[in-house]
Design a protein around this ligand. Structure first.
Ligand SMILES: [Zn+2]
Length: 486
C-alpha cells in the first residue's frame, strides 16, 4: 500500500513516491539517470544525455499544435542528504520514507528530496499524459545542482531547442521568480614579518560576539553588524591612540555568511590597559547606538591573556587595519526594475591568520547584473591591492537580470490570476539559481521559476505542503496550455 495514495494529483504523487525509492545524492545520480532513461523508453519518448549526465526527454507537439512555442520544463535530479543524528540511513541504497502529517508530506529521519523531486514528478506526469494536447515540451533534468551546479555549468548550447524555460525549483507558492544574483569570491593574502616585542607588554584578547550573521545574499540588506568590520574599527581606534602590537586576528567563517564573531589578541604596555578598557567600553556604546536595535546580543569584551608567539610587523598591521576599514561591506546598488531587490552587494566574510606568516581575507560579491558583479569584485580587489595584498578571484557564477516585461512572466501571471483569483507576487532573489547559467549560455532565453511551498529544505525537517502541490500542478499545466505561437 502506497503511503501517499489518495493524494491529488495522483500521477504526481505516484511518481514522487517512486523517486523517493531512488538514491540520488549530488554527484551520485547514476540510478536516477537510469530511471529517467528507462521511463522515456517505456513511454516511447525521445531522450538524450550529455557527457556531464544531464538528461533531456522530449514530448513532441500534438497533432495540430506544431506552431506553438516549445517550452522547456527544468528540474535538477540530485538532492541534499541530511539525516537526524543516529538515524540509520544508507544514502547509496536506502529509500526515503515519506509520510503525511498535518497537510504536509515529510520524511522519516532524512531530507525528503521534494527539492527538487516534486519538479521531476510533475515533469514525468506531464510527459506520461497522452491526452494532454500541447506544443513541443522538452524536459531538462540537470545533475549536481546542489553541490556546484556543474550540470548546468557544462550544458552545451544546443542540448535543447526551446527558448522559453520554466524552472521548477523554487519553494514558495504564490511567488513567481524572475531573476537571481551571480556571485564571485575575491580573496586577498597579506604576508607579514614577525616582530620581537618589548618585554614589558601584556596581552589583551578582544572579542566581538553575539551578532546575527545571516546569509550573505538573502540578508545582506538588513544592516546586521559585521564582526570583522567592528574589530577593524576597534583596532584602528586603538592603534591611533596607543602603541599596540597585533598578535592575531580571527573573524568570520563561511564565505556566504555575514561574519558573526571576531577575535584579536593585542599587546600593549601595562599603563595603557585601563585606558584601553574604558575606550572599548565607549566604543561598545557607540556601536550599540548605531545597530543595537537589530543586534541586541552584540558583546564586545576585553580580557587579559598570556601572549604567545610574535606580533606582526607594524607596517603590515597598519596595512591590514586600513584594508579592512576601506573594504566595502553590504549593499552597493538597488535594482531599478524590481523595487526592494538588492542588485549588487559585497560581503567581507572572514580574516584568518593562516600560520605561515600569511593573512587570508575572503569576500564575496553578488549581482543580478553580470558587469556590476565584476565591477564590485574589482573594487574590492583594488582595495586589497592598495594594501599590498595579492588577490585571486573564484570562477564565479552568473546572474539572471529580471525582465518585468517577459512574455512567459505575463503568461504565468495571467494563468495564476485566472486559476486562483489573485495576482502572484513577482520577485527576484539575491542568491544563485541555475537560471543564471541558462541566462548566460542561451542569449535571450525567457524564463520564470515557480514551485509549491517547501520548508526546511536541506534539513531532515524538509516538508512540502500538499495543497500547494495541486496549485503548482494546475498552474504548470495552464501555462503549458497557454504557450503562445512561435
Ligand atoms: Zn533545488
Amino acid at each position: 500500500m502506497s503511503r501517499l495514495s489518495g493524494l491529488e494529483p495522483q500521477p504526481v504523487w505516484d511518481y514522487f513516491e517512486e523517486i523517493c525509492m531512488i538514491p540520488r545524492l549530488s554527484k551520485s545520480e547514476e540510478k536516477i539517470r537510469q530511471y529517467l532513461l528507462k521511463f522515456a523508453e517505456n513511454h516511447n519518448l525521445e531522450a538524450k544525455e550529455d557527457s556531464t549526465g544531464n538528461i533531456l526527454i522530449i514530448k513532441p507537439a500534438s497533432p495540430g499544435y506544431s506552431d506553438i512555442k516549445t517550452v522547456v520544463l527544468q528540474s535538477h535530479m540530485d538532492m541534499v542528504g541530511e539525516k537526524n543524528a543516529g538515524f540509520p540511513h544508507d544514502w547509496n541504497r536506502d529509500p526515503i520514507i515519506p509520510y503525511i502529517e498535518d497537510g504536509w508530506v515529510t520524511a522519516r529521519g532524512t531530507t525528503l528530496g521534494a527539492d527538487d523531486g516534486i519538479g521531476i514528478a510533475c515533469q514525468l506526469a506531464i510527459l506520461a499524459d497522452k491526452e494532454f494536447k500541447t506544443g513541443r515540451i522538452e524536459c531538462l533534468f540537470t545533475v549536481d545542482e546542489e553541490s556546484g551546479m556543474t550540470g548546468s555549468l557544462n550544458l552545451s548550447s544546443d542540448f535543447f531547442e526551446g527558448r522559453t524555460l520554466l524552472n521548477l525549483d523554487s519553494e514558495d507558492e504564490g511567488i513567481i521568480f524572475i531573476g537571481c544574483a551571480g556571485g564571485i569570491d575575491t580573496v586577498g593574502e597579506l604576508k607579514y614579518e614577525t616582530e620581537n616585542h618589548e618585554k614589558d607588554i601584556e596581552g589583551l584578547k578582544i572579542s566581538v560576539t553575539g551578532l546575527r550573521g545571516g546569509h550573505s545574499g538573502d540578508e545582506i540588506h538588513k544592516g546586521y553588524g559585521n564582526s570583522v568590520k567592528i574589530m577593524a574599527r576597534i583596532l584602528r581606534n586603538l592603534n591611533g591612540r596607543f602603541s599596540i602590537s597585533l598578535f592575531s586576528f580571527d573573524g568570520g567563517n563561511l564565505r556566504n555568511a555575514i561574519p558573526r564573531e571576531a577575535f584579536a589578541v593585542i599587546g600593549t604596555e601595562k599603563q595603557h590597559k585601563q585606558e584601553i578598557a574604558k575606550w572599548i567600553d565607549d566604543l561598545n556604546k557607540t556601536i550599540k547606538d548605531e545597530i543595537g536595535d537589530i543586534e541586541n546580543e552584540l558583546q564586545i569584551t576585553l580580557k587579559d591573556t598570556a601572549l604567545s608567539g610574535s606580533a606582526i610587523d607594524r607596517i603590515t598591521r597598519d596595512k591590514l587595519i586600513n584594508l579592512l576599514t576601506c573594504c566595502p561591506h553590504g549593499v552597493l546598488g538597488w535594482s531599478r526594475e524590481m523595487e526592494g531587490l538588492v542588485e549588487t552587494s559585497t560581503n567581507l566574510a572572514s580574516v584568518k591568520f593562516t600560520g605561515n606568516n600569511k593573512i587570508n581575507i575572503v569576500s564575496t560579491q553578488r549581482s543580478s547584473v553580470e558587469s556590476q558583479k565584476k565591477e564590485a569584485a574589482m573594487m574590492v580587489e583594488a582595495c586589497f591591492r592598495l594594501a599590498g595584498a595579492s588577490v585571486e578571484h573564484s570562477d564565479g557564477y552568473p546572474g539572471w537580470k529580471p525582465n518585468p516585461r517577459s512574455e512567459i512572466l505575463s503568461v504565468t501571471a495571467k494563468s495564476y490570476k485566472r486559476l486562483f483569483g489573485r495576482d502572484p507576487l513577482v520577485k527576484a532573489i539575491h542568491a544563485g539559481l541555475e537560471c543564471g547559467l541558462f541566462y548566460e549560455k542561451f542569449r535571450g532565453i525567457d524564463m520564470v521559476s515557480f514551485g509549491p511551498t517547501i520548508r526546511g529544505a536541506h534539513t531532515p525537517a524538509e516538508k512540502i505542503e500538499i495543497e500547494t502541490v495541486r496549485m503548482f500542478w494546475d498552474l504548470l499545466r495552464d501555462v503549458i496550455i497557454n504557450m503562445p505561437a512561435s
